[in-house]
Design a protein around this ligand. Structure first.
Ligand SMILES: [Zn+2]
Ligand SMILES: [Zn+2]
Length: 333
């Protein structure tokens, strides 16, 4: 594919999409039915459907029955940890191997033309961003993800949290399934914005921001406190009469979806003239500039709060103006 049909390279070789990042037309006023209808399939395909399917496979085929889940025991807890570790290894590997190890599409559609592994970096264990991020993900992220999953499944199975079924409340559960991504994005914005408060940033969130040129394994490379907060979004299901499949969908949306947000490529080539868009651009800009795009545009809180950067010259100008204002504010106090 020709990357210059949908983007440009700047003087430093960085790729920018010609189409600036937009916000979901669901929140645009006055309503725009045509752009809503154009956007709707992209809401489901391919990523949300993929994460729902992965949740369905794990729930129906690879999760113990409710009787087992109703009593906490090391056997099934370690089994869930092992199956989540395998699932993360498979999914993250399926992105990392072709794009970053085999480099099948070289740097086409890659925002930052450099590959982290081409340069040693003392900020990381073994001076390697990939190995460091992979180790932190498996050591901290998967166990914390699993702990949330175990807690919620156990609470449902033991009657400690209200649970519904598709037979009893099909429309209620369908409604939750449809808004899980929105819930995730609002929750992510709130905890992420909080973690950019200077003291919390220094002690906690700085771990994640070591990667200024993120790759898939950077996604869950976070301080354990941030990981507990990040996966806590699924804790909502403890209060709303939900279903275990939706809990897994929520966790997969957070755990696997993060890899798409940090993939570093705008488009994954799937054929000579075919590709899948990743929607990674806004979070890539967050890693590049730090003070923009605390959320990702599905729910446009950044737009409402004045921290949105869509990749345009206007987005750049607004960011610079904001930086000047806060520098002046600091000097004035
Ligand atoms: Zn990130
Ligand atoms: Zn951040």
């Amino acid at each position: 594919m020709d990357e210059l049909t949908t983007g440009t390279r700047d003087r430093r070789g960085h790729w920018w999409p010609k189409l600036h990042a937009g916000i979901a037309p669901i929140f645009v006023f006055p309503p725009q039915p045509r752009s809503f209808l154009r956007w709707l399939p992209t809401y489901f395909l391919p990523w949300n459907v993929l994460f729902f399917l992965s949740a369905a496979v794990l729930w129906w085929l690879l999760t113990p029955g409710m009787d087992t889940l109703s009593a906490l025991a090391p056997g099934w807890v370690l089994y869930i940890l092992a199956r989540n570790t395998a699932a993360v290894g498979l999914f993250y590997g399926a992105l990392e191997v072709p794009l970053y190890i085999q480099r099948r599409q070289a740097a086409r559609f890659k925002y930052n033309p450099a590959f982290p592994e081409d340069r040693e970096n003392g900020a990381f264990w073994w001076k390697s961003q990939t190995r460091d991020n992979m180790a932190r993900s498996l050591l901290f992220a998967v166990p914390i993800w699993t702990a949330w999953e175990v807690l919620i499944l156990w609470a449902f199975a033991s009657g400690r949290a209200p649970m519904s079924t598709s037979a009893a409340d099909p429309l209620w559960l369908l409604g939750i399934a449809l808004i899980v991504p929105f819930i995730h994005h609002v929750h992510f914005y709130l905890i992420h914005r909080l973690l950019h408060v200077p003291a919390l940033y220094r002690h906690i969130h700085a771990w994640h921001h070591k990667a200024v040129n993120p790759s898939p394994w950077s996604s869950l490379s976070m301080h354990p406190v941030e990981l507990v907060l990040y996966f806590s979004g699924a804790g909502l299901h403890l209060m709303i009469a939900s279903h275990p499949l939706l809990v897994l969908y929520h966790l997969h949306y957070a755990g696997f979806g993060a890899a798409i947000g940090h993939i570093g490529f705008h488009t994954i080539e799937t054929g000579k003239d075919k590709g899948v868009d990743t929607h990674a651009f806004t979070h890539y800009l967050h890693h590049k500039y730090f003070e923009v795009n605390y959320g990702e545009g599905l729910v446009p809180i950044d737009k409402w709060m004045g921290t949105w950067h869509d990749g345009s010259d206007e987005g750049e100008r607004l960011m610079e103006a904001r930086r000047r204002r806060s520098a002046l504010g600091r000097r004035g106090t």
